[in-house]
Design a protein around this ligand. Structure first.
Ligand code: ADP
Ligand code: MG
Ligand code: ZN
Length: 471
């Protein structure tokens, strides 16, 4: 029998507020264990939480960017469970009245992964296992989180990857989270079931907790998909349970049987007031959102005429996009700017992280001024490239490297002279060209460009060369 994968994700995203959700402690990652703590986030009896307004605004922005409805009224609930990473023995979360509902993220295959809701909650502390002991660090306790919960709409590990990457990109763009999976500021719980192809009903699911790498997520999904099919094919049934993924041998193993909402004894947190959000407040936040990555990408293709691959790379982070757009201002051909960024500038960046941060030694205006010289015919592409490298090396503007002579171009007599010299100096290339080897022309053209130090108009030079050797 053929089986279909059914998967839904619960993604925790740490919000990049400066302070925690219910107190004024720092949210900074790292730091001496238990140095970013106070009686509130340590859960001392008698303390009272105060909700961080910025956290609510960030959650709403995340909802708007993922096509959600924003609730005018929501509230905070207590999710009760006992574990040493949670000093109050309850986590403040949202149960039945989350801040955002009914959104979606669209994948490149046109499928929409529906978002059931986004709720706000506090992060727990971290257990550190060392030398046979377990230590607890509460620095992370009380850091604001949102949990983005999809419907079981995902059908393959590729779709999982794309969904998570899109979500990550959107959250980073709107500035609500840095979504660093290695640092745990984005973590996914992956729910997986299988069903016979064509079936409408969902099978029993398992849940793999706390995945912090997209690659391991896709591996875990594939493993769990085959494992469940094996169980069913051998006449067994799937037990609903919570699993952990073992990176070493790419398997899953049981952590505990699945708890139900009832087990948590959710109830409204009596220490916190109802969250009221007006339509005006939502509209103001909507207006504050930047252009989203997929909209940018489409615009680069439709308005600027860029190839899709270029648009994809330039919209990869806000820093790149902002540099690109600023460098394009008033420029005739944005493709030239795109080439400079994707070629020469990216080449100087060590890895994807560095590309994303996009720290360039020159401001975008320097690149624009350089490309404008090309537009006005003052310099040619070769000279643009060598000058850009010098600019990037030094952080200086084009004017530092281009003399009056460089900018004056090559007049037609001089160009003709260069072409004649090239023909005279390369009888072999000329003979090859006459024998039908069109490529030989490139060698001649190279000579002309060299003689003119890149200032010659390549098209005009090519025309002249052909004229000279065709007689
Ligand atoms: P819970 O409250 O127990 O966590 P939910 O109904 O809220 O359960 O679902 C949690 C996640 O599991 C959601 O992302 C949802 O899409 C996913 N999910 C629910 N049922 C299934 C299923 N049969 N197969 C795969 N994923 C599922
Ligand atoms: Mg769950
Ligand atoms: Zn605190």
């Amino acid at each position: 029998m053929k089986y279909e994968l059914v998967s839904g994700l619960e993604t925790h995203v740490e919000l990049s507020t400066n302070t925690k959700i219910f107190c004024s402690c720092s949210t900074e990652f790292g730091g001496e264990p238990n140095s970013h703590c106070c009686p509130v986030c340590l859960g001392f009896p008698g303390t009272l939480p105060t909700l961080n307004k910025r956290a609510v605004e960030y959650a709403i922005m995340a909802g708007l960017a993922t096509n959600c409805e924003i609730s005018n009224i929501s509230k905070m609930d207590r999710k009760n469970y006992f574990y040493p990473d949670l000093p109050k023995a309850y986590q403040i979360s949202q149960f039945d009245m989350p801040i955002c509902k009914n959104g979606f993220i669209e994948l490149s295959n046109g499928r929409k992964i529906r978002i059931n809701h986004i709720h706000i909650e506090e992060d727990a502390g971290k257990l550190v296992h060392q030398n046979g002991n377990t230590y607890v660090d509460y620095n992370r306790g009380g850091v604001p989180l949102i949990e983005i919960v999809t419907e079981p709409d995902i059908r393959s590990s590729e779709e999982t990857r794309e969904y998570v990457e899109k979500l990550q990109l959107i959250m980073k763009y709107i500035g609500v989270s840095d979504c660093k999976m290695q640092e745990g500021s984005m973590r996914c719980d992956v729910n997986i079931s299988v069903r016979p192809e064509g079936s409408e009903e969902y099978g029993t699911r398992t849940e793999i907790k706390n995945m912090n790498s997209i690659t391991f997520m896709t591996k875990a999904i594939e493993y769990e998909y085959s494992r469940q099919i094996d169980v069913l094919e051998n006449g067994g049934t799937i037990t609903q349970e919570t699993l952990r993924y073992n990176e070493q041998d790419n398997t899953t193993s049981s952590m505990r049987s699945k708890e139900d909402a009832d087990d948590y004894r959710y109830f409204r947190d009596p220490d916190l007031v109802t969250i009221h959000v007006t339509d005006e407040e939502v509209d103001a936040l909507r207006r504050s959102l930047p252009e989203l990555p997929h909209v940018k990408r489409e615009r680069y293709i439709a308005e600027l005429g860029l190839p899709e691959a270029d648009a994809l790379q330039l919209a990869k982070s806000r820093a790149i996009a902002e540099f690109f757009e600023a460098a394009c201002e008033g420029v005739a051909n944005p493709k030239v700017v795109a080439n400079c960024i994707i070629g020469q500038i990216f080449r100087r960046m060590e890895n994807d992280d560095a590309k994303e941060k996009f720290e360039v030694s020159i401001p975008a205006s320097y690149l624009r001024d350089l490309v404008l010289l090309l537009d006005s015919g003052k310099i040619r592409m070769n000279l643009l490239k060598t000058t850009l490298d010098k600019m990037l090396d030094s952080g200086k503007p084009a004017a530092e490297f281009l003399s009056e002579n460089d900018l004056s171009g090559v007049d037609s007599d001089t160009l003709k002279k260069y072409c004649q010299e090239a023909v005279a100096a390369n009888p072999n290339a000329v003979a090859d060209y006459r024998a039908g080897k069109e490529k030989a022309l490139k060698a001649l053209l190279g000579n002309v460009m060299k003689a003119s130090r890149g200032r010659a108009d390549a098209l005009e030079a090519e025309r002249l060369l052909i004229e000279l050797i065709s007689e």
